[in-house]
Design a protein around this ligand. Structure first.
Ligand code: PAF
Length: 281
């Protein structure tokens, strides 16, 4: 496995692979890798001849009061996980490699980014789209893998590649959870023991919502109510949002139908966690 910080090195390597007719799977990450990332790498490993993982804490997707400086980083541990998982190349650029001092081009969209996380993180998705498109241009993957935990991000990236005719297949992978139900996230490391327990309210409340849907409930309000009430029972939790939206357009829907996303964001102490489920049929 190679670790490259330079765009040119990645380009050169991928070009040589493609000249041999090999396919390339890509897993973009911000590092501090866990089982969730590992599941994306495993999927990429299964479906492609070569696998590239990017590890880049992208400053552009953090708001001024967000956790860019404290975002957890551990390249050595990440490299070990990648090596064991059969990754061929880690792309780990410095911010200056990705953003020159003259940088002034961005990718943005009118839809999909105004609801859910976009409400409290108004510049987040512009940063995500910009860096992901840049990474796609650098790595030129056949397939790219994103977790369903960031369901809005997944929908945004799918829309972006369709709208901008990017020649890559976007593959969404299921949420990976701790044994007790907490969705795996690099930000879980911010939680102290008491908060870690309290954080279970996310998966527990979504389970109640899911059960209600399974019983045939069609009212988004009713599903939101049961989830909200459960979260409000937890003293350390503060709701950012509990929403039911169409998964493709990320616009609110009143009726639970096919391809509906039930998504929540909750502060546990100072840590903002997200979780969701998708109603397929
Ligand atoms: O999901 C993430 O870790 C990031 O948003 C991504 C896709 C790597 C872009 O920086």
């Amino acid at each position: 496995m190679k670790i490259y910080g330079e765009i040119a090195k990645v380009r050169e390597t991928v070009k040589a692979w493609k000249a041999q007719g090999l396919t390339v799977g890509f897993v973009p990450t911000m590092g501090y890798l866990h089982e969730g990332h590992k599941s994306l790498i495993d999927a990429a490993r299964k479906e492609n001849d070569r696998v590239v993982v990017s590890i880049f804490v992208n400053p552009m997707q953090f708001g001024p009061k967000e956790d860019l400086a404290s975002y957890p980083r551990d390249l050595d541990k990440d490299a070990k996980l990648c090596e064991a998982a059969g990754v061929d190349v880690i792309f780990h650029p410095e911010p200056e490699e990705m953003y020159t001092p003259q940088f002034c081009s961005y990718v943005d969209m009118n839809g999909l980014t105004t609801e859910l996380c976009g409400k409290t993180r108004p510049t987040h998705f512009r940063g995500v789209q910009t860096v992901v498109l840049k990474l796609f241009h650098i790595v030129t993957p056949d397939r790219a893998y994103f977790g369903q935990k960031d369901a809005q991000q997944l929908a945004v990236i799918k829309r972006m590649v369709t709208d901008l005719n990017v020649d890559v297949q976007i593959i969404g992978c299921p949420i990976i959870r701790e044994e007790d139900g907490l969705a795996k996230s690099s930000r879980n490391t911010y939680l102290n023991a008491e908060e870690r327990k309290a954080a279970l309210v996310l998966s527990r409340s979504l389970k109640l919502g899911k059960e209600l849907v399974a019983k045939g409930e069609k009212s988004a309000e009713a599903v939101k109510k049961v989830i909200t009430e459960e979260i409000e029972k937890e003293p350390l939790a503060k709701i950012d949002y509990v929403e039911v939206v169409d998964f493709d357009t990320i616009t609110p829907t009143e009726t639970i139908g096919k391809s509906v996303l039930v998504a929540i964001a909750v502060y546990i102490g100072k840590t903002r966690l997200i979780d969701n489920f998708i109603v397929e049929a």
